[in-house]
Design a protein around this ligand. Structure first.
Ligand code: F6P
Length: 327
């Protein structure tokens, strides 16, 4: 493949997501396959500013595909939001002769990449790495599948103790402004209800349903997206308790366990495809875009669209979940 690009650097940024290592591995090995020198930046944009930039080899990404976290570390950089910080970062890249970047992360990472490429003209391709699945331009983001499986595993365990004590649990899952993890985990975990920022009035519906047709069994699991308002799981548990004074309610916040752990096979495959196609995209002259998979096909989407084009929740899943929990 003939290209002006001879040196590519890869980094991970923002909240880590299981599968980021697989994406780094694919990026590095695809570069080497096409005869491109490849560098790793440790610590995201902060690492770029602090010149933590070093060459990588095929073996430096060996034995990492099965691990969560990211061997390149991650950060949310305040300094990179300043033009002074970005200037230092650019000078460091130039000093290593780096021609192009693969940025693995979420909307904050894409926002930084967009600004940087506009200011300095350096080609950047983004790979969607966030458990939240809240980026447009891809059906799924790296880490979403693993995080959802982790949440489902936790819900299964909570169900055992809920059943044993006839308790009602409100389980809070991650997803800063989005309900993708919550809806999918609720459906797969057989939860009795789900609360997500994309939908309103679920609580009133749930209460009227439970008042009219309370189940034989006394225990229930409700899944609450953290983005549905801070502390919402506690609020909902209190409100539920008031409507049903006989209920014994508990709240479990799953938190950062959803960010760690062995990536699922789906996440490893998705991440590998995205890393490889990010490099191919750069060599074909693409820039200022994010790579994604839509309907099983690789697609490239402008950063603006990937960041601001709201990724809707799957309406069919929402409707189906309603049918399964209200019959
Ligand atoms: O963006 C991924 C995410 O895990 C969100 O679901 C969550 O709100 C946030 O990151 C937590 O961020 P931090 O790493 O700052 O705790």
């Amino acid at each position: 493949m003939e290209s002006k690009i001879k040196k590519i650097a890869v980094f991970t940024s923002g909240g880590d997501a299981p599968g980021m290592n697989a994406c780094v591995r694919a990026t590095v090995r695809t570069c080497i396959y096409f005869g491109i020198d490849v560098y790793g930046i440790t610590g995201g944009y902060d690492g770029m500013i602090n010149n933590r930039i070093s060459p990588m080899s095929a073996s430096s990404v060996g034995n990492i595909i099965q691990y969560g976290g990211t061997i390149l570390k991650s950060a949310r950089s305040k300094e990179f939001r300043t033009s002074e910080g970005r200037k230092i970062a650019y000078d460091n890249l130039v000093s290593h002769g780096i021609d192009a970047l693969v940025a693995i992360g979420g909307d904050g990472t894409y926002t930084g990449a967009l600004k940087f490429s506009e200011e300095y003209g350096i080609p950047v391709i983004g790979c969607p790495g966030t458990i939240d699945n809240d980026l447009s331009g891809t059906d799924y983001t790296i880490g979403f599948d693993t995080a959802t499986n982790t949440a489902v595993d936790a819900i299964d365990k909570i169900r055992d103790t809920a059943d044993a004590h006839n308790r009602v649990f409100f389980v809070e899952v991650m997803g800063r402004h989005s309900g993708h993890i919550a809806l999918n985990a609720a459906l797969a975990g057989g939860a009795e209800g789900v609360f997500i920022p994309e939908k309103e009035n679920e609580f009133e519906d749930l209460i009227s349903f439970h008042k009219n047709k309370r189940r034989e069994k006394q225990f229930s699991i409700f899944v609450v997206a953290e983005g549905d308002e801070e502390g919402r799981a506690y609020e909902l548990a209190n409100a539920y308790q008031q409507h049903f004074p006989e209920a014994d309610t508990r709240v479990t916040v799953l938190g950062h366990i959803q960010r760690g752990g062995k990536p699922s096979a789906n996440d490893r495959i998705l991440a590998s495809r995205l890393g490889a196609h990010a490099v191919k995209g750069l060599l074909e002259g693409k820039k200022g875009v994010a790579v994604g998979v839509i309907n099983h096909e690789i697609v490239f989407t402008n950063f603006e669209e990937a960041i601001y084009g709201k990724k809707e929740i799957n309406e069919n899943l929402w409707i189906m979940n309603g049918i399964l929990t209200r019959s």
